[in-house]
Design a protein around this ligand. Sequence first.
Ligand code: KIV
Length: 271
Amino acid sequence: MTYLASNKPITLPELARMKREGERIAMLTGYDASFASLLDRCGVDTILVGDSLGNVLQGRTSTLPVTMDHMVYHTECVGPIVERAMVVSDMPFGSYHESREQAMRNAARLLAAGAEMVKLEGGEVMADTVHFLVERGIPVCAHIGLTPQSVHALGGYRVQGRGDAAAERMKNEARVLEQAGATLMVLEMVPAGLAGEISRALTACATIGIGAGKECDGQVLVLHDMLGIYPGRKGRFVRNFMETAGSIDEAIRHYVAAVKDGSFPAPEHTY
Ligand code: KIV
């Protein structure tokens, strides 16, 4: 079962078409050339060189120690090998918070290394930075809800947007980030109803859920989680696709198919 509609590279107009036509976007993390090439051949639409590499490659307990040099190195491993998928690279903690000029300098390093889009965490406070990057030709993926770089401020890895006031705040953040020019928006650990409302309200920006229910425009998982090889605690939103597959590439193809046909995430993966 392969959901590779075409070999056409995934571009911003193609992401806009997918959002418009309701074709779900399958994203997985990838950090090295061999896996990136496999993800690409298995029909993953966007490969995220995530700062989750701090957890799954470096064995750290958070993403906070990840540096720009780490992100540039792994982006260089992934970018050149990928032919179809869009490569999105995370801006690590501290690399975009000081000023929009600092964000621009570091985003430019990631694009030079092979990224086609950068991802940064934060709501309204980041809108000016998103706008600054987008105006200078750098596509941006926003990330709201549970933002792991703020784990200490949030008091742990917990669901965000519960209650009327928090939900209203999140809806406003999403609107402002879309207006600032974000093309994609990760919604992490957000109640499914709220994530659905946000996804329907945005027209120019596609939402990518992780623990945010099936009504998002796409889904993302950390590769090591969906292959069942991360030794740490497994989030409720994770499905181990290796449990029903005979090989890694079958597991990845099943993930893509399950995202595309809406069977993942199921209610048991949802808040
Ligand atoms: O770093 C990462 O892998 C991420 C995803 C969990 C969205 O930000």
